[in-house]
Each structure stands twice: as C-alpha cells, then as structure tokens.
Write a protein that binds this ligand. Structure first.
Ligand code: BZD
Length: 799
C-alpha cells in the first residue's frame, strides 16, 4: 500500500488520542503499541474485506488448514513488512522519537503451538497469503499458550502464558458466526420412511463455539486470508443458575489450555474434546458459508473446498464431515464417502510410536456417540470391500478400529486422497516401513512435501544486516523470490562481499551477546564461534551429544589451559514437556555444566555455555541470525524434517548434522563440502534394530573418553546433579542408549574438529556460509505451499 511518513504520523497521533485519550508525550509503551497496531489494522481492513468479497464472488476453490496448533510469534512487523510500509512506519515513529523495535517488544508472542508442527502451520499461513493462494487456518484460541519457561536453580519451571491479558489487536470476534458443538448423551436412528435414517439425540452437552478471525496479510499483494480460532462458551440460552459448576468449568476449559507435548500423545478426555470441538466448528462454518455463497448443490462441494488434516489431531474431520453430509444434508453414504475422500488430505509429522494417536473405543463411543457409529461403519464397509481384493492380513493391519482402539492415522489415511511426509527421507520411510501396508493398498495417495520456512520473517525481519548486504550485492528481487539468492554464488571469490557477510554476522552476534549478558549475566566474545542448538528438548534430538562434546572440550582446556584454540560459545534454547522428566534432567545438567564452565578461571573466554530460558519465536529471531553453526544432530530416521535447519542455512550458519529429515536435502543443496555430516545412516540404525546388536555398555567400557564423560555425571565432577546425572548415566549404560548417543559420539567429535579447523580459515568459512545462503531458496515455504496447492488441494493463486 501507499503511505507517506506524514500521513502515518497523523494517523498514529490521531489514534493515540481517540483510543486512549492521551497525548504522545504522556503515552506509555502499551498505549503506543495499542495505537500502532490499531492503525495497522485499519490499513489492512479494507483489503481484507475486499479479498473476502473477491473470494465469495470468484467461486474459486479454497483450502482449509485444520491444525490444533499455530505458532505465529509476533505479528506487528510481519504485517508492516507485508503491507510494504515497514520503512515508512519506522521512519515516522523515529520522527516522533519512538523506536519501532522497542514498541514491537510490547506485543506478546502468539504461542498457541509447541514447536515445529505449529510453526510450520504459521509459515504456511504467511506463504499462502504471500503467494495469493486462498488457504485459511482453522484452530483453537487457547486462553493460555505454551507455558513460559523459567530456569530456577538450573531447573525448568513452568509459568502460565496469559497472552491475552491486554487484548489481541489483530483478531475479530465474530459472534454472528458462532456454532454449537455437542458431546455425549445418547443417539438412536429412526427411519424417515424414505430410506433415510435420522439421528435423534438426548442428554447431550452443548457448547457454543465462537470464531475469532485473524487476518493473514500477504506480502505486497491484495490477498488477506483468514486464520479462524475457536473459543468455547456456554450457549446463551442455557440458564446459568441451573448449570452445574462442573459443566461450566468443562466448557470454559475446552479452549483454555494448549497441551504442552510436542512428541507424545496423551490420552486425556479433554484433548479428545478439543479435537472434536475445532473440527466440528470449523466444518460447520465451511458448510454454512458454502450454502450461503454458492449456487451449486452440496454434492459439488469438493470442487470448491479442500480440508487439510495437519497431523492426526484433526483426523475426526473424516467422520464429522460424513456426519454433516449424511445427517444434516441427507446425502447417501456412498456419495458422502466419495466427497469426503476428495475433500480431505493428511500430513504425517512423525514416526515416533509414542506420538501415534489411538483413542479407546469406549471413550469415543461415550463422548461422540454418533461419530462412533460412523467410524465403525466406515471400518465395516472398507473391510468388506477390501477383504476379497487384498486379503485378511493387509486389511487387518490397516483397520481403523482394532484391539479396542481407534487409530487416528488410519482414519486420516483411509478417509483422504493424499498422505504426505515432510521431507524426502521421512516420506520414503512412511512408504517403505511405517505405513507400508497402506502404501500397498493406496500407492497413489502417498507423496512428499518437503517443509519450508516463511523466509521473509527469518531473513528480512530477523536479519536486517544480512538483508542489506544481499540487497546491495544481488539486488532486491530475492525479497519476493528466494530462489534469486542463487545469484550470490557468483560472489564466492569476491573478497569485498565475503568481508561484508562477515561484518553482518558480527553485528548479529553483538546483538545476541548483548541479550545474553542482559538475560544470563554472561559476557561472551562476539568473535568466538557461536554454536547453537535451539529446539524442543527430546532424547531423540540428542542435546546430550552436544553436551558430551562440551565436556570433552572442558577436560581438554583443564588439562592444557594455555594451548591455542578456537574460542567457542555453545548456546541452547529448549523447552521440555512438563511431564517429561528425562528431558528436564537434561536441562538441569546443561545449566549445571554452564555454571561449572563459565565460572572456572582456567576456562575463561575459551569456552562459554549459555542456556537461554523461554525459547520461543521472538527469541529465535535473535539467536538464529547470530549463529555460526546450527546443530541438527537427531538420530537418523527420527526427525521427520526439522525446520530450524532451514532457518540457520538462510542466515549463513553451517550445519553440523546427521543424515536425517531435511538435513539431507540441505546438504545436497548447499554442497556436502559446506556442512559437516556425521553419524549412523537410517539404514544402519534399522540394521541395529533388525539384528538387536547394539550394546552401549560396551562403548562405555571400551572408550576411555566416553567413560570419563559419563562418570562426570555421577562422580560429583558436575555438581548438583546427583539424581539427574544418575538418570542420564543409567539410560546410556544400563538401558542401552535408545538413541545411539554413545555410538555416534566419536564421529560427532570428528565432525566438530573438522568444523573448528574450517572456522580458523575465515575466508573458507564465509565462502561456505555464502553457499548455504545462496542455496536456501528451495526451502522457502512459498515453494512448499505451491506444491500443496498444485498437487493436493488444486487451488489457484490470485493473479
Ligand atoms: O513437525 C515436528 C517434527 O518433529 C519436525 O521434524 C518437523 O519439522 C515439524 C514440521 O513438520 N513435529 C512436531 O512439532 N510435533 C508436535 O509439535 C506435536 C504436537 C502435539 C502432539 C504431537 C506432536
């Protein structure tokens, strides 16, 4: 949009007065943020309304991304950038004596997601709007987002994330579009005399679902999509005096809290209720909108809408859509099933068995009696149809209902036309191993969509110094088409460009160093090698491998404090699920090791260890640009894709990593010589599984360095971790090291040594960094979302 600095200043001051009855000189930071966000909202509102109108009129197919999590972070700068007014607003504010970056801090992170899965959903929202694709989000408006992490005496403590206390300037409550979602009770079917069975219900618990719409503003275009988040409320016609407290609480609880697990499924009833709540509300709204805006009969709906099931949490979409088509729209089972499979598609994000959702039949039956009938019928019909075609063995292994449980991934695959993994290796594993039997039956449904990132946030917003160098070296086209970064390759031998890249990195490191000093009181040297591991804390991600290498460095420096070596800063950010004791033990150990090392005068500046508390999107935006090295060291086959690996690459960090997830595609794109690969391959891991011949105790017994490091966890070398150290020690010796940490240790050390050697040659290092940046184009989520649009949803971009 077009906006002059003068116009902006006028709008801003006017809004401050009209909204807060205050003049600029007296306004506080919250008021300034309130006025600014309100002005920005005003700027995009008419574009939003016009785009909604266009979507209704143009009759083009739209897709809906159903996700129980979104993780957008802060929205202010992203909205400004996408509206094309970031510089104007920055300048206008500066004229008024206000620093945009300071006001931006007032916005709480919107953290209604745990990690990769939620962040990916938000990257997709940004990219869809920015590429003009009609994709809307559908999720839950949790009153409390992901917990805030405090580190107290080295331990993780969880505090509530009450992010809505000061209101949310971006959202629009649409009470007019509220729908009801019902739970429990009894259901029976009656023949209406025309061959149709009509369900009758009694004793159901009714919940009102109220939508809150948040605009997803496209980058310098006229697209504004919608992220619809549902809030649960008590229906207004229910007389509160006659409601029991339990019911009132339950109703409010539904959209109260985000479950804080990122890799585990937790069989609580409330979770199942949340899943049905946003699925039913979302599908009802879609159908109401269809009826209100389309002339076509309901049987044509698959020409107009596509529904995406993001992991299995919204898999009830399959059964609920069937229910709505059959019961509400009176469509025959066969036609309804045909339509449902055409409309639905599904993404799998993990092969960890503990994350695969299965709900007890009894639970589904009592909470969702009609859906239960439908699921049983889907399963029955499919079994009858497939038995003669594929035989009992395949039918049994792929059944939705078996052993008293409902298998949500099976429901999602069977009820949709597309199942995809999130990186090549992961998608191959789904086909070849984890979902092989489904692949045998439905080969045409399986495909890969390698993840991507919303590059504008991770470069233009988060890394201004680098963006400036890029603009001045290759021009500005990369800002709207990341593939343009490839032009940078021809500057690989250009000393001036390499010098400028180094300077930009240094500036980012100084900024992070300042934050580390403010938050942790640790002074770090910005010329040191910044080695970063930021992601959820999980055994399979192997933060321990990193920690063991740090202990090796510690021992070496202690033995020879005056030797010449590369100074290093090891930076961690990680939340552990509150009930995941092992992960919390690792956090405690990292903090105690940090305390030990950072306070040892022998060590000095040669090695620092920093654990930054409360890792979230905003913190990532400061940490990742400053990294020299990104740690992507999961056990091969366990990390479906990873997405921080792409953010590091784009910001010119080199990857030290295993051949896992999207790392492989990153190494291929940047060149293996521009990264550091180590560790078992997926095939080697599977061979160990097949032969059951891994013995971690042998490594402990036979490798003196491993022995010494492990002993440090239990012999007092690392103080204050008697319980936690023992737990880790036991897991790696007595319980056979589930994620092969000891097996990969030597090779990891080798890769770290190669990396350190390379860092000593700053020119070679910066050339490798340049090659990473130049080849990051493929990992834009603009590319990913276009692939979903073309291959799965069949939706078209606005011209
Ligand atoms: O999804 C992650 C994978 O672990 C990553 O490898 C991948 O890059 C991203 C995006 O595809 N999975 C999750 O983040 N999973 C969850 O957060 C989650 C949440 C609730 C329940 C189960 C898993």
């Amino acid at each position: 949009m077009k906006l002059s600095t003068e116009q902006f200043k006028h709008d801003f001051e006017e809004r401050l007065t009209s909204k807060f009855a205050i003049e600029l000189a007296k306004a506080g930071a919250q008021e300034k943020y309130g006025a600014l966000s309100s002005v920005v909202k005003n700027y995009y509102s008419s574009i939003w309304a016009a785009d909604n109108h266009y979507k209704d009129e143009s009759n083009k197919k739209q897709a809906y991304y159903f996700s129980i999590e979104f993780l957008p972070g802060k929205m202010l700068k992203s909205n400004l950038l996408n509206l094309g007014i970031l510089d104007t607003v920055r300048e206008g504010l500066s004229d008024l004596g206000i620093d945009l970056d300071e006001i931006a801090l007032e916005e709480p992170d919107m953290a209604i997601g745990n990690g990769g899965l939620g962040r990916l959903a938000s990257c997709f929202m940004d990219s869809a709007a920015s590429t003009g694709l009609p994709l809307n989000g559908n999720g839950i408006r949790y009153r409390y987002g992901l917990f805030k992490q405090k580190i107290v005496d080295g331990f993780q403590v969880e505090l509530p994330d009450s992010w809505l206390d000061n209101g949310n300037p971006w959202e629009v409550r649409r009470y007019d579009k509220a729908v009801e979602v019902c739970f429990g009770g009894e259901v029976w079917l009656e023949d209406d005399g025309e061959g149709h069975f009509i369900p009758h219900y009694q004793n159901q618990e009714r919940v009102l679902a109220v939508p809150y719409d948040t605009p997803m503003v496209g980058f310098e275009n006229t697209t504004v999509n919608n992220m619809c988040l549902w809030r649960s409320e008590v229906p207004k016609d229910l007389d509160l005096r006659f409601q029991n407290l339990e019911y009132m609480n339950q109703t409010a609880m539904l959209s109260s809290e985000l479950y804080p697990n990122d890799s585990d499924y937790n069989g609580q009833l409330l979770r199942l209720k949340q899943e049905y709540f946003f699925v039913s509300a979302g599908l009802q709204r879609i159908l109401h909108h269809y009826k209100a805006t389309k002339q076509a009969p309901i049987t044509h709906i698959s020409d107009f809408i596509s529904v995406h099931i993001n992991d299995t949490h919204p898999a009830l979409c399959v059964a609920e859509f069937m229910r709505l088509l059959i019961d509400e729209y009176r469509i025959t089972w066969e036609r309804a099933w045909n339509i449902t499979v055409k409309v639905m598609s599904y993404t799998n994000h993990t092969i960890l068995s503990e994350a695969l959702e299965k709900w007890p039949e009894e639970m589904v039956k009592s909470l969702l009696p009609r859906l239960y009938q439908i699921i049983i019928e889907i399963d029955r019909r499919r079994t009858a149809e497939l038995l003669p075609k594929v035989g009992a063995k395949l039918v049994h292994s792929t059944r939705i209902v078996k052993d008293g449980q409902i298998h949500m991934a099976h429901l999602a695959i069977i009820g949709s036309h597309s199942t995809n993994g999130v990186a090549k290796l992961h998608s191959d594993l789904l086909k070849d191993v984890e979902l092989h039997d489904f692949y045998l039956i439905y080969p045409e449904r399986f495909n890969n969509k390698t993840n991507g990132i919303a590059d504008r946030r991770w470069s233009q917003i988060a890394n201004e110094p680098l963006s400036k160098v890029l603009d001045e070296t290759i021009g500005k086209k990369w800002r709207s088409d990341l593939k343009e970064l490839k032009l940078l390759e021809s500057y690989k031998e250009d000393d001036a460009t390499l010098q400028r890249l180094q300077e930009a990195k240094y500036e980012d490191k100084v900024k992070l160093a300042k934050l580390i000093e403010e938050r942790n009181g640790i002074v770090v040297n910005p010329t040191a090698l910044f080695d970063v591991q930021v992601k959820r804390l999980h055994a399979y991600k192997r933060q321990l491998l990193n920690v063991f290498h740090i202990m090796k460095l510690y021992f070496e420096i202690k033995e020879n404090p005056t030797a010449d070596r590369t100074a290093r800063v090891h930076i961690f950010g990680a939340k552990a699920a509150p009930g995941y004791h092992y992960a919390k033990a690792i956090i405690k150990c990292i903090n105690e090791i940090a305390r030990l090392i950072n306070n040892d005068p022998d060590i000095g500046d040669q090695l620092k260890v920093v654990f930054l508390e409360n890792y979230n999107v905003s913190l990532a935006e400061v940490i990742i640009p400053a990294a020299n090295v990104g740690e992507q060291i999961s056990l091969a086959s366990k990390e479906a894709s990873g997405t921080s690996n792409m953010k590091f690459m784009l910001n010119g960090a080199l990857t030290i990593g295993t051949l896992d997830g999207a790392n492989i595609e990153i190494f291929e794109a940047a060149g293996y010589e521009n990264g550091f690969v180590f560790g078992l391959t997926k095939d080697e891991v599977y061979d160990y599984y097949k032969n059951s011949n891994y013995n971690s105790r042998d490594i402990y017994e036979q490798n003196p360095l491993v022995h010494r490091i492990l002993d440090a966890f239990v012999d007092g070398t690392i103080p204050n971790i008697s319980a936690e150290g023992q737990q880790i020690f036991d897991s790696l010796t007595t319980y056979n090291d589930e994620y092969f940490v000891l097996r990969d240790f030597n090779d990891y050390v080798r890769a770290q040594e190669a990396l350190e050697k390379c860092y000593q040659d700053q020119k070679a290092w910066t050339q490798a960094a340049l090659m990473n940046i130049a080849n990051a184009g493929h990992f834009s989520s603009d590319r990913t979302i276009r692939e979903y649009a073309d291959d799965i949803w069949h939706i078209k971009a606005k011209k």
